[in-house]
Design a protein around this ligand. Sequence first.
Ligand SMILES: [Zn+2]
Length: 239
Amino acid sequence: MPTRLHPRSSLRHDRGVPFSCEVCGRSAFPDLIPPVGEVLRCPHCADERPFVKPPLLVVTGTAGIGKSTLCARLAGTIRGAVLLDADILAEDLVSVVLPNQDYPAFWRSMMRLGHELAQNHVAVVYFSVMLPGQVLANSDVLNYFDSAHFLCLTCPPDIQRARLARKHPAAAHMRRLREGTFFEAWVDFNSALVATANEIPTATVVDASRTIDEVEQDVSHWINTQLHQRGALRTDSTA
Ligand SMILES: [Zn+2]
């Protein structure tokens, strides 16, 4: 069946462009037209237009925990969701490598991208090494989303070290990434993530030391629950 667009249907027609008001033509650049409750409101003429406001979902965890594998396995399997490995964008968009640690700015970009994607009636699910605070620090951009939820994949230190050793056999031979320093940094990150998750009501901890099939099932269930059982996405299918 041919795809048919409805450019004059209500939401699409009122959409405008990210930085400018369709009514008065003025720009909010470098900011997007800001959200006020359930609408985007022009800061100049106060014109309001509706927008799609899904939850923002992030699956996080240390290096080697299986995020990229899970993202690849689940991509295309969840109705209404676009799954993206955010780590592939990190180096190009904003440097998140030492000594630059401007992670909140990186997540600000990711959130704006998520908002733009959402206008296609999909919700973005990012898979990335991150701490929830890096998203939550961008409180103004959070208003483009119904809520922000974090699934934190964690595992005990001994299992984590064994997985890192399998994944990074060369680490022990590289001066800059000596095994002890490299591995322990990620063990520390895992501990910090668990501590943070316990303080954030919208964070869920999942034990990733189980088989990839079991973890995949949990991640899939979590995404589906956030998007569909809460009625966050308008969809035509009942599949
Ligand atoms: Zn305006």
